[in-house]
Design a protein around this ligand. Structure first.
Ligand SMILES: Cc1cc2nc3c(=O)[nH]c(=O)nc-3n(C[C@H](O)[C@H](O)[C@H](O)COP(=O)(O)OP(=O)(O)OC[C@H]3O[C@@H](n4cnc5c(N)ncnc54)[C@H](O)[C@@H]3O)c2cc1C
Length: 451
């Protein structure tokens, strides 16, 4: 039997059940569709990274590229090679799920079956249910039930050297150009890079729970972009973590919880696709917000005068990544110090993040803004100076990304003279005053809703 393996966010050979399935069917057309509906909004970081990842996959699999609407392109490609099945890993995002249903119908009209095997998650969104069969609203019980649900073990990669009959398209196209803007350098892409990073990180996962909140040190896995494009599957990570957890490693346990956050947010977005744009807690739509103005521009460009915020925003633009602790500080600053709605910040993050993922990003923002799942109460306003001093005590993170403050004695609290000497701006707002303003707005919202 001939089939198509339609690659999307699963750019790997190992532990790829859909690919395994396709190869077991017989001859395989490995296909990637450049869908204009996704390519445009992806932003320069993810476009460039995706192309690099596909180039890397092509070292092992002769992936054929077509540009256009998958509803047409996938059917045409399957017909061209006489395939009777198209294999995919299921997509649970709002756009992907809808697209797949439509592709499925178009394929069915041509007598071809769409076969979904696996997903980008250890447990597919929608599977973890409460005792009464509903979805979980908060993380901790979800993560417990998620662990109890469990997941299958990794599947072997298809034999690269022998056997696989890869098919080609007569009208295959080139990968698109995806130039990187000046000043942006991305991490290496592809399955081999992902596996190397994971193996290196496993050596120090024991320290993860102590190091992961320190933006100045390399204490986290930096796997998010690899997970985003499926160069590595979370099941692989969970299988490697298990013996360490059994031996009592707290770092490995904490790391597993972070994977669970990724799965939780995918679950939440799956059941509430509206929350990609709208408030998870709808009442927050009625709060008073300010239009994004010069303050928003200063935030985007990393010149708010708050060192840790600016360091994060510059790290984002230079590397396509920002440390999690700093994502929270920067997001809180936009919403609670500048009173700008979370969606504006989320859009900026999605434009530049290599790991930009609708579920984790939108819900990371909503959590920080106090309008999302879980208990991040609105009145818990991050103080950027205190946060910076606490989590970057030696100031190495700020010195690295805000060189104007390299000589400051306390880089999180530079004096006016140190700011002037380095050419670094004064704070654009008074944090204490804006904190009060944010809380006043919140109280007005509550009174309005109560009355
Ligand atoms: C405002 C905001 C926006 C965010 N946007 C994204 C995004 O677009 N894409 C994205 O992958 N993550 C996002 N996160 C979550 C988190 O910041 C990143 O996953 C993490 O910084 C990636 O670095 P790492 O791989 O070194 O993480 P590690 O600390 O090594 O964590 C391991 C993995 O666990 C997952 N993870 C960790 N923390 C979280 C979390 N809070 N939510 C969901 N998954 C998590 C990621 O897949 C990560 O790669 C966001 C967080 C916030 C507060």
């Amino acid at each position: 039997m001939t089939s198509v393996m339609w690659f999307r966010r699963d750019l790997r050979l190992h532990d790829n059940p859909a690919l395994r399935h396709a190869v077991d069917d017989g001859a395989v057309l490995p296909l990637f569709v450049v869908d204009p509906a996704l390519w445009g909004p992806a932003g320069p970081s993810r476009r460039a990274y995706l192309v690099a990842s596909l180039r890397s996959l092509r070292d092992d699999v002769p992936v054929q590229v077509r540009h256009g609407d998958p509803r047409e392109v996938v059917v045409a490609a399957a017909r061209a090679v006489g395939a009777t099945r198209v294999h995919v890993a299921a997509d649970y995002g709002p756009y992907g799920a809808r697209r797949d249903e439509e592709v499925e119908k178009a394929l069915a009209d041509a007598g071809i079956e769409l076969v979904r095997t696996g997903s980008p998650y250890a447990v597919a969104p929608g599977r973890v249910r409460t005792g009464s069969g509903g979805p979980y609203q908060v993380f901790t019980p979800f993560s417990r039930a998620w662990r109890e649900h469990g997941w299958r073990g990794p599947v072997a990669a298809p034999d690269r050297t022998g056997g696989v009959d890869w098919l080609a398209l007569d009208d295959a196209e080139e990968l698109p150009d995806a130039p990187l803007p000046d000043g942006l350098a991305l991490p290496p892409a592809g399955e081999a890079a992902a596996r190397a990073r994971w193996e290196e990180f496993l050596e120090r996962v024991a320290d993860y729970d102590e190091q992961r909140d320190r933006p100045g040190v390399d204490g986290t896995s930096r796997l998010s972009h690899h997970l985003k494009y499926g160069e590595l599957h979370p099941r692989t990570l969970l299988a490697d973590l298990e013996p360490l957890i059994q031996r009592g490693s707290e770092g490995a346990q904490t790391f597993r919880q972070e994977i669970a956050w990724r799965e939780f947010y995918a679950d939440v977005l799956h059941r509430r696709p509206d929350t990609a744009r709208d408030y998870y807690k709808a009442e927050f739509a009625h709060m008073e917000y300010d239009d994004p103005g010069p303050g928003f521009e200063a935030w985007c460009e990393g010149r708010t005068g708050f060192p840790v915020v600016d360091a994060g925003m510059r790290q984002l633009r230079a590397t396509g990544w920002m440390h999690n602790r700093v994502r929270m500080i920067a997001a809180s600053f936009l919403v609670k110090d500048l009173h700008v709605e979370w969606q504006h910040g989320a859009r900026h993050f999605m434009r530049w993040l290599v790991d930009g993922d609708l579920a984790s990003n939108q819900h990371g923002w909503q959590w920080t803004a106090g309008c999302g799942t879980d208990a991040a109460p609105y009145f818990r306003v991050f103080n950027p100076t205190a946060q910076g001093t606490r989590f970057d005590p030696a100031g190495e993170y700020v010195r690295r990304w805000v060189p104007e403050l390299a000589a400051a004695r306390k880089p999180h609290e530079p004096t006016a003279a140190e700011r002037r000497a380095g050419g670094y701006p004064a704070p654009i707002v008074d944090h204490a005053a804006e904190r009060t303003e944010a809380l006043d707005r919140y109280h007005r919202l509550r009174e309005q809703r109560a009355g």
